[in-house]
Design a protein around this ligand. Sequence first.
Ligand code: SF4
Ligand code: SF4
Length: 69
Amino acid sequence: MVININRDFCKGCGFCITFCPKKVYERSGELNKKGYEPPKAARPEDCSECGMCDLYCPEFAIVLEKKSA
Ligand code: SF4
Ligand code: SF4
C-alpha cells in the first residue's frame, strides 16, 4: 500500500495516529500551511491495508493507493 498524505489538508486531529491498529503514523513535528501538525507515516511497512486511516480522516488528507503487483 502506498500512503499519500496531503499535508496541507490536515487539521492535526490525530485520528490517524490514534486509530491505526498497526501504529503506522506518528506526529511529524512540522506544521503545514494552515498551522496544523500533519502526521508522518513512520512505519508504512507495518500497514495491514485495513483502510481505517483513509476512512476516518475527516479532511480526506490520507489517500491509500494499492501497489500494482
Ligand atoms: S490502512 Fe490501516 S494499517 Fe494501514 S496505515 Fe491505514 S489504518 Fe494503519
Ligand atoms: S486524520 Fe487526517 S486530519 Fe486528522 S491528523 Fe490524520 S491526516 Fe490529519
